[in-house]
Design a protein around this ligand. Structure first.
Ligand code: SF4
Length: 823
């Protein structure tokens, strides 16, 4: 939104705004203020110049060139004058050329400055201008003077959102005439201090989340002047607060305005590497690191099918221990990856030739096609947008083709790479009202709530701007921003004014430290010196109690909670069993997404819902594929219902679907069964120790045998309950408490479903897992269990608490701090 009264405008008016973001905000605000009136023409400064130029010179012979062509011609002009160029130098020259145009600096002034760098710069830019004039080209900077020279009456525009007009803008608007749209300014500022930048961002994220939860229609902005530097920290904290981890950019609850150069994205890096590797394959001189990057690249055809073989191929290349190799050195390992081998053979058939950039572009596209680039894999929305942006950007080679004769494939790849460095890509924003913006992008916008982070003295006032090729006195005379202290003060005042106008109520904040460096507040804002700690959760300390830990008092109340766990721990280590009596609270280890415990409970619930509806093998077999798929999907959705939507949830859904399908297929292979109970609560009594527990599943077989099952998501072993010690007592406890003739774990592993158990009749369970110890029949085994569990129960009740762990008892034990064992 923008904060201005727009009711007086109509379709005949032209509004010029400082940037595209403001154009969108203007259109949105106008539509809200006048829902039924046609929009005025709202244009950014650049759009306005081009619009007027085409209006007044529709048949001009001059061809307009964009920034890519303009940059290339500047580079070519410098090279013709024997100046070598790199990206940094070129960036600097383009920036200084922009200053000269925007601040009406005549190149003669620089030539006469007697400063070598200024003189050189003016020679380069003069050469560029000559080239343009010879070829009949114009760029954006030529348009204001051409419009003024045309001396044609133009409708006066209204302008909005310019922090200050550059002299070039001022001159054009003064010549045409204009009216300023003023922002409404009623703002209240609060200024907070935090101890660290992390606390500051966390509080801002919690503040935004609270607004979002109260009213998702409210527009909220978080402005960060260091957005590029702290982007990862910002998105990581916001993802955690908004539960948006692994969520596609376009579906997040907040939108962060972060553009990276196109070639900074892995998909584009892989794409460019594929083109380079193709030329190396054709010359049979292959860089090891590059080959390994592409051999294991997920975007290359056949990656899924040949993943393991390609990893072995990579090992083979590493084993060569050379920077470059020829294909015959890896032919055996390559033959194990037939899809990759076929691609490489096809690529080898082409020979690198000198060609026009236009033809190279066609070849690049067919090379990518040969590699099956991004065809096997379902691209995420961001990847899809990236690839589309690359295709658009690569067309720049066609335009540059005008300025080159035939060039080698390597030079063409270099040009393509250079194009991808000039394009900033940002994935499509989500439709959310929470925006994280840089200070410049936020300028001129208006929100319901605003928070500006990082208000340090490094940001306001800004540092001195030293113009590389424009003499200092000329920069000051022409009012180039921040080139002297007076201009810095003016700029700081304007910036503060602009940030204060972001909302009626604006929070400014800064942190005393960032990455262990101390920071000072901006002297332009008065901060509350007290450190804000409202984001920190208070923890109440718990009093410690000293005890003798080998033997304690007899347990008075034999009714307990978590009985299975207690007996298990008592048998593993008496102190570990006893420690349950202390009732020490345990804290969940922080985790991202859905943890193992939650995953276990979700799959239990999904299977419970399925087997409450399908109660026999016969019913299971009667379902056709579509019905079974629908049933599984429904029950997984029900089991995941309480989890907020996130990328984790999507992945978990997919994982569960595969696992449950595999399990049901295994269940169909069993002897006939009907299900008597799922997730049933039972009361167990082991030597007078009474507790409640839950049975995962109880089946009855056609021979009348009842079998109990326990679902396990990790690997298990029958020895854990049939050996000399019982490390997993739940099945023995269920078997002793119910009249059953068999017990088994159902191991739900991603690669295989296993039934591991014992039964009176061997046919009651699928292919019995062989217990390698002494064979016990079912009734004999029940007696052994009863004895072992009774002993553990009596030890627990009698307060036996010696620190005597068995082999694996200390692994993952949470009582190590109180037993003081050294693990
Ligand atoms: S850490 Fe080992 S010795 Fe200590 S209570 Fe746990 S199991 Fe027993």
């Amino acid at each position: 939104m923008i904060n201005a009264e727009l009711t007086k405008f109509n379709a005949k008016d032209t509004i010029v705004l400082a940037n595209n973001r403001q154009v969108l905000a203007f259109k949105k605000t106008f539509s809200i203020q006048h829902s039924n009136i046609q929009l005025p023409k709202a244009l950014s400064w650049e759009q306005y110049l081009r619009h007027i130029w085409y209006q007044i010179s529709p048949n001009s012979n001059l061809r307009f060139i964009d920034q890519i062509e303009s940059r290339h011609l500047i580079k070519q002009s410098m090279q013709k004058l024997r100046q070598s160029t790199d990206q940094r130098l070129l960036d600097e020259v383009v920036k200084n050329n922009d200053y000269c145009a925007n601040h009406l600096i005549d190149l003669n002034e620089l030539t006469c400055s007697k400063i070598r760098s200024s003189e050189l710069f003016s020679t380069w830019i003069n050469a560029y201008k000559n080239t343009k004039s010879t070829l009949g080209l114009i760029d954006l900077h030529d348009l204001p003077s051409l419009i003024i020279k045309a001396n044609i009456s133009i409708t006066k525009p209204h302008i909005y959102g310019f922090k200050t007009l550059t002299p070039q803008q001022q001159l054009l608007f003064d010549t045409i005439g204009y009216q300023q749209i003023n922002a409404n300014n009623t703002h209240h500022i609060s200024a907070l201090t935090f101890d660290t930048a992390t606390s500051e961002i966390l509080k801002a994220a919690q503040w935004a989340k609270a607004h979002f939860d109260n009213n998702p229609d409210k527009s909220v902005v978080i402005v960060s002047p260091q957005l590029n530097d702290i982007q990862h920290q910002l998105s990581s904290i916001f993802d955690q607060v908004f539960d948006d981890l692994l969520t596609e950019i376009g579906q997040k609850s907040y939108n962060i305005s972060l553009g990276l150069r196109l070639n900074q994205y892995p998909l584009i890096q892989d794409l460019l590497s594929i083109l380079t590797l193709s030329t190396q394959l054709q010359r049979n001189k292959i860089q090891s690191a590059l080959f390994n990057q592409i051999a294991t690249c997920v975007y290359v055809s056949g990656y899924q099918q040949e993943r393991s073989a390609r990893s072995l191929l990579m090992n083979r290349v590493l084993f060569l221990s050379v920077d470059e190799f020829s294909l015959d050195k890896i032919d055996k390992a390559l033959s194990k990856c037939p899809i990759l081998e076929a691609i490489i053979n096809n690529i080898k058939r082409e020979k690198p030739t000198n060609n026009t950039l236009e033809s190279h572009l066609l070849n690049f596209n067919s090379t990518l096609e040969t590699w099956g680039f991004a065809t096997d894999r379902n691209l995420s929305s961001t990847e899809y947008q990236l690839f589309k942006k690359y295709l658009q950007t690569s067309l720049g080679l066609n335009r540059l083709s005008l300025y080159f004769d035939k060039v080698s494939t390597q030079s063409a790849i270099k040009q393509l790479n250079s194009l991808t460095t000039q394009v900033i890509f940002q994935a499509q924003a989500s439709k959310t009202n929470i925006q994280i913006l840089g200070a410049l992008e936020a300028q001129g916008l208006y929100f319901n709530e605003a928070w500006v982070l990082g208000m340090t003295n490094q940001f306001l006032p800004a540092r001195l701007n030293s113009t590389r090729f424009i003499a200092h006195d000329i920069s000051i005379t022409h009012q180039i921003p921040r080139t002297d202290y007076e201009l810095i003060a003016t700029d700081a005042k304007n910036t503060l004014e602009s940030l204060s106008s972001l909302a009626d109520k604006v929070v400014f904040s800064y942190a005393l430290t960032h990455l262990e460096s101390e920071q000072l507040p901006s002297p332009l804002v008065e901060f509350d010196p007290a450190i804000n700690t409202s984001h920190i959760q208070k923890i109440s300390p718990i009093a410690l109690e000293s005890i003798v830990d080998t033997h304690t008092t007899h347990l008075e109340k034999p009714q307990i909670k978590s009985g299975v766990r207690i007996l298990k721990d008592q048998m593993a280590c008496a102190f570990k069993g006893f420690a349950h009596r202390l009732n020490t609270p345990s804290f969940d280890v922080p985790h991202i997404g859905i943890n193992r415990l939650e995953q276990g409970s979700i799959i239990h619930n999904a299977l419970q819902y399925i087997y409450q509806e399908i109660t026999s093998k016969e019913q299971l077999l009667a379902l056709n594929t579509k019905e079974l798929d629908g049933l599984i999907l429904n029950k997984i959705n029900a089991a995941l219902k309480r989890y907020p939507n996130s990328g984790f949830k999507k992945i978990e859904k997919l994982r569960l679907s595969r696992l449950i399908h595999a399990f049901i297929e295994a269940d169909k292979q069993r002897e006939d069964f009907c299900i008597l109970a799922t997730e049933q609560n039972i009361t167990a009594n082991i030597a007078n120790l009474e507790f409640k527990t839950r049975l995962d599943r109880l089946d009855q077989m056609s021979n009348g045998d009842k079998i109990i099952f326990d679902y396990k998501t990790g690997t298990t072993s029958i020895t854990s309950w049939c050996g000399s010690t019982i490390s997993e007592p739940q099945l023995p406890i269920y078997a002793l408490t119910n009249n059953v003739q068999g017990a088994a774990f159902i191991e739900l592993a991603s690669n295989k479903i296993n039934f591991k158990g014992l039964s009176k009749d061997p046919d009651s369970l699928p292919k019995q897992s062989k217990y390698k110890g002494k064979y016990q029949d079912w009734d004999e085994q029940l007696k052994i269990w009863q004895h072992t569990l009774n002993t553990a129960s009596l030890d627990f009740q009698n307060g036996i608490a010696a620190v005597l762990p068995n082999k694996n008892a200390c692994d993952y034990c949470e009582f190590d701090l109180i037993c003081r064992v050294e693990k």
